[in-house]
Design a protein around this ligand. Structure first.
Ligand SMILES: [Zn+2]
Length: 249
């Protein structure tokens, strides 16, 4: 959606526009960006919240789930009154309060290889907030095919992983280059393994930062690296990996 760069708009985003790396030009790029967030849980909530506050033009929301009481300790877009409501509907209402001009498209659906192209094709950036590797592999392959900028996050206990891939770049590896096969423990199960709430916030916010950097062409994205966060011991490390021969990418 086209934003009006009037006095009110400039005041709203003034602390961001004053950043030399962003400025009016960067803010304009953000206002024209289209971001798809798949999975509105622990990662999707902080990512969508900060991206909408940053002034993105359009967001797509993909989730088929309803808010449960056990979501609230880490999924900051929901409160106790939202239990039982569809996540896409609750987030739609919250975003409209942050920015009434933002264009929001709701997809109350489970993402599959049949609906991915249709849902994802109009977006610049795809953010993966899902909790299982089968879906992450599907999003990786779909984003690769459509040459999208793909940001994948995972969380468990006190730990987080982030990947970003620019599939417009032919030399870019993909998620499958790193894992090769589906990890035996397919589901990152917050129910059985547990998760410290703020860990989700850290990783989801890093995904939002990677998206804004890409949109504004600032800094360095992770590309060809995985960022591994151990928040119990506060250790962050990047591990470089290469494109594998005979991979799908
Ligand atoms: Zn690959």
């Amino acid at each position: 959606m086209k934003k009006k760069f009037n006095k009110n708009y400039l005041e709203k985003y003034s602390r961001q526009i004053v950043l030399k790396d962003i400025g009016i030009l960067g803010q304009k790029k953000i206002s024209l960006s289209k971001i798809l967030i798949i999975g509105l849980g622990g990662l999707g909530c902080p990512a969508v919240d900060y991206l909408c506050r940053a002034g993105v033009g359009q967001v797509g929301l993909v989730d088929f789930d309803k808010v449960s009481l056990s979501n609230i300790h880490r999924q900051g877009m929901y409160n106790s009154q939202d239990v039982g409501k569809l996540k896409v509907d609750v987030i739609y209402t919250k975003i409209k309060k942050i920015d009434p001009d933002i264009k929001i498209i709701k997809h109350k659906a489970k993402i599959t290889n049949k609906n991915f192209d249709k849902i994802a094709k109009k977006y610049d950036v795809i953010i993966d907030g899902t909790d299982n590797f089968r879906t992450k592999f599907l999003l990786n392959e779909g984003s690769l095919k459509l040459k999208k900028f793909f940001i994948s996050g995972s969380i468990s206990r006190f730990d987080g992983h982030i990947f970003t891939f620019d599939f417009k770049n032919k030399n870019e590896p993909c998620l499958k280059c790193f894992y090769q096969e589906l990890p035996p423990d397919d589901v990152l199960n917050c129910e059985s393994d547990g998760i410290l709430g703020p860990v989700a916030g850290v990783v989801g916010n890093l995904q939002a930062i990677e998206a804004i950097k890409k949109i504004c062409h600032i800094g360095k994205n992770l590309s060809s690296n995985i960022l591994i966060l151990n928040l119990k011991d506060l250790k962050f490390r990047k591990v470089k990996f290469k494109k594998k021969k005979n991979c799908i990418c």
